[in-house]
Design a binder for this molecule. Structure first.
Ligand SMILES: [Zn+2]
Length: 374
């Protein structure tokens, strides 16, 4: 099943070797960018350590133990992740029971999402953290013998979200975990962890997934044409989960709107531009605007590839637009990094709740200035 994880061959090889030679560390730190398979690898590693199949087939995904892991119901899987807090009382009992109903239902929803479509983003209704009560629960549970497995597997997802108190309590756990326990921390912000936590774990780096691997994975979804796969892979920028999310949410629409915006710009049709702004100024359309700007970044790169690197072009079906823009400014190559920096800055501004109308206008004027210099 490890082969299902794409683009992390190094990490998988280290873990497989550990399994083969039965040299399992007490604690691991999986670190690297978001959406590249850290959690899935942690889950599969835990599965492999408890799998009933022959050594070379672990994790098989089919034995009783694997199935329980995949449904998050294995009694020896202890899964800790950041979740919201409702009162000043401990949010989870030492046995792992969550008493506040609202939190419990969010907790279950999170796990359901993880089971059915882990690439989807899950938004809790308020700020989250890993608090000391969760660490006490973990500490209590690892002191018990495994219920049915060989190893107790603790996965602490987004470990950087531990409060200071939780992190200090956890350090003690890390000092001497029972030998039948494997603790796996995952994080995309390794610098936010206490150095003393980092140094006590075997560190396993994860990397952005290459564009070609993402393309291939997306093309396996048969409905996806090569050009779309290329486009999503470029936008996802190494984040496999994001790529899958984009496909599922069908971002073709925002691409069409980007084309519309470019045509408006080429024709310098200010009235149509005002209409365009009118359709993209509410918070409901914010995500769409974010997508449009991401598409624009690709378009700008495409224009710069037009003459010398045609094989790099993503928007192959709309070369008429590329050609028009290229003819307007054949020196576009000189402006690419400046323009993409500018568009990325606009993305950050959107994140900071700057007025969408202003941002769109600023982008429009900047594009006009680039492609229609006086
Ligand atoms: Zn198995």
């Amino acid at each position: 099943m490890f082969s299902q994880i794409k683009g992390q061959d190094k990490a998988i090889e280290i873990l497989k070797r550990a399994i083969r030679h039965d040299k399992i560390a007490n604690s691991y730190l999986f670190f690297g960018p978001e959406g590249v398979g850290k959690f899935t690898t942690a889950l599969y590693f835990g599965m492999a350590l408890n799998c009933h199949a022959t050594l070379d087939k672990r994790p098989c995904g089919e034995c009783v133990s694997c199935k329980k892991f995949l449904s998050f119901s294995h009694p020896d899987l202890i899964f800790v992740f950041p979740f919201p807090k409702e009162s000043n009382k401990p949010d989870v009992s030492i046995e792992g029971e969550i008493k506040v109903e609202k939190i419990l239902s969010e907790y279950k929803d999170y796990i359901d999402n993880k089971k059915s479509s882990p690439w989807k983003e899950f938004f809790f209704y308020k700020n989250v953290g890993i608090r000391i009560a969760s660490i006490r629960m973990l500490e209590h549970r690892i002191q018990l013998s495994p219920n049915e497995g060989i190893y107790k597997i603790c996965i602490i997802e987004n470990a950087e979200e531990m409060t200071l108190a939780a992190a200090n309590a956890f350090l003690k756990t890390l000092e001497e975990p029972p030998s039948d326990t494997v603790i796996i921390l995952t994080t995309s912000k390794v610098n936010s962890l206490l150095p003393t936590i980092i140094s006590r774990c075997q560190q396993i780096p994860f990397y952005p997934v290459s564009r070609s691997i993402i393309e291939k994975k997306l093309e396996e979804n048969k409905f996806l044409e090569n050009i779309e796969a290329k486009m999503y892979a470029r936008i996802a920028n190494g984040n496999m989960e994001k790529a899958l999310r984009l496909v599922e949410e069908g971002r073709i629409e925002s691409r069409e709107q980007t084309v519309e915006l470019l045509r408006i710009m080429i024709n310098q049709d200010d009235i149509k531009f005002l209409d365009f702004v009118g359709r993209h100024r509410t918070s409901k359309t914010k995500n769409q605007l974010i997508e449009i700007i991401s598409h624009l970044i690709i378009w700008i790169c495409d224009v710069s590839y037009f003459k010398n690197y045609p094989s790099e072009i993503i928007n192959l079906d709309k070369t008429d637009i590329l050609e028009t823009l290229y003819r307007k400014n054949p020196n576009v190559e000189d402006y690419v990094s400046e323009l993409t920096n500018f568009l990325e800055e606009m993305l950050r501004k959107l994140d900071g709740h700057v007025n969408q109308q202003l941002i769109l206008t600023e982008i429009y004027n900047r594009l006009l200035k680039t492609f229609f210099p006086e």
